[in-house]
Design a protein around this ligand. Structure first.
Ligand code: LLP
Length: 420
């Protein structure tokens, strides 16, 4: 359920017509619904009732300060992959003590900053990283809380670019190497071994890969216990899928049930790193039709050129991502046609959707649904396009949580040679 509905013939977010937002902030604009985000968070955490757990929202999905602030207020922790994400969390009022730090390439300065602010755990991805964390912690007279990210070698059956839990992927430490590394870690003065983690992929629509991964991690936990290494938590990563088109992902309740059964009777805290499932369907990309280029004969394609492009939302170009596209006007007068919705960027891959049966006229507004995750977060300035504005709607109110970039923003920090 979300709060994007037609009211009096026009698509609204909560109580605000999208046309009002376009008039006030221009297009393209990312529009998020606070009520939808809040609901998704609550559904997730309620599904976990009775399990000792922490939700560490994956900041990479949408790191806007407004979004992070809402989640911090709801009590969420955060999964970060860079010091930039850490600073965002802190600026938004998030609690560093609820932060886990993932990622294969942590730099020394990032490790140092995370230690200084007292994050909950480093999710370590290699023996080399373990050495650096130990050395940096010892130099500061600190002990770094660590978990090893184990690569359970399970097939998440998702797009290859967002599959992370196979042996051939760069992520994590192979299960059969992890045990020796845990033994080594336990001897280091700068490390406090507290957990194990994994993340097998994103947009998963089946529970069995989660089950397989957690089962393998629990077996490892048991082997470690025999060796005298007791872990306090298991972090199962993120990855729960959503409905973009006709996918039928498991509900958070069904997902939680599987995990609950697997960990029953164990004294383990559970950490979850959901991203997409919390924010994707809480956002749309609002865009306006600039030009129509209808084909001349029946075999031709019809192009609707809009002001949003692959630099704003790269998922269709990069992963064949399918996003529902709807007209803001509920019953537009134009005749429906199968339009390719394309942007102004000079690339054939610059499309938001293809062959969409829509009734559109020049100047109409379109909403690209399910754009709250990996939308703005992956936006670029390609073709010298300023990045879109972002707004959050709360009931009748619209809050501009990121201003549209200006020409000055585009050129910030750059110089001609003759100006030195
Ligand atoms: N934890 C770790 C360590 C991750 O690498 C990720 C996502 C998550 C949690 C959150 O996963 P989620 O719950 O959102 O599936 N840009 C791609 C998705 C990349 C996901 C990368 N890692 C897309 O647009 O589909």
């Amino acid at each position: 359920m979300d709060h994007f509905n037609y009211q009096q013939g026009a698509l609204a977010v909560e109580d605000v017509p999208l046309a009002d937002i376009a008039a006030r902030f221009g297009t393209p604009t990312y529009v998020y619904s606070a009520a939808t985000l809040t609901r998704h968070y609550r559904v997730f955490t309620e599904a976990l009732a009775g399990i000792d757990h922490e939700i560490c929202y994956a900041v990479k999905a949408n790191g806007n300060l407004g979004v992070l602030g809402l989640l911090a207020d709801l009590g969420s922790g955060f999964d970060i992959v860079s010091v930039g994400e850490l600073e965002r969390v802190i600026t938004a009022g998030g609690d560093p003590a609820k932060v886990v730090f993932s990622g294969v390439g942590k730099r020394d300065d990032e490790i140092a900053r995370a230690l200084d602010v007292g994050i909950a755990c480093f999710n370590v991805e290699s023996a080399s990283e373990l050495d650096r964390i130990d050395a940096i912690a010892q130099a500061r007279g600190a002990r770094a809380p660590i978990s090893l990210r184990v690569n359970p070698d399970v097939d998440a059956k998702t797009h290859p670019y967002i599959s992370t839990g196979l042996k051939e992927n760069k992520f994590g430490i192979a299960v059969d190497e992890a045990e020796a590394l845990y033994r080594e870690a336990a001897t280091r003065a700068g490390l406090n071994v507290i957990g194990v983690d994994c993340h097998i992929g994103s947009q998963l629509t089946d529970l069995s890969p989660f089950k397989d991964a957690v089962t393998r991690l629990l077996a490892l936990i048991d082997r470690l216990a025999e060796a005298g290494i007791t872990l306090e938590h298991i972090d199962v990563g993120g990855g729960l899928g959503i409905t973009y088109e006709d996918e039928t992902p498991p509900s958070p309740a069904a997902y939680a049930e599987v995990i609950r059964e697997l960990v029953a009777g164990r004294d383990l805290k559970l950490i979850f790193e959901p991203g997409r499932v919390l924010v994707a369907n809480a956002g749309v990309l609002l865009t306006r039709v600039l030009h129509l280029k209808p084909g001349q004969d029946s075999a031709d394609k019809h192009f609707a050129v809009v002001d949003g492009a692959m630099n704003d939302l790269i998922r269709p170009a990069l992963y064949d991502g399918w996003h529902r596209i709807v007209t803001v006007d509920e019953q537009p007068a134009a005749t429906p046609r199968a339009w390719d919705i394309v942007g102004p960027v000079c690339e054939t891959a610059d499309f938001l959707g293809q062959g969409r049966e829509l009734a559109i006229a020049q100047g109409d507004l379109l909403a690209v649904r399910s754009a709250g995750a990996y939308g703005f977060a992956m936006a670029s300035n390609y073709n010298a396009r300023p990045r879109a504005a972002e707004v959050i709607v709360t009931g009748r109110d619209v809050h501009e949580v990121r201003a549209r970039e200006t020409m000055a923003d585009l050129m910030r920090g750059e110089r001609r040679l003759s100006s030195f």
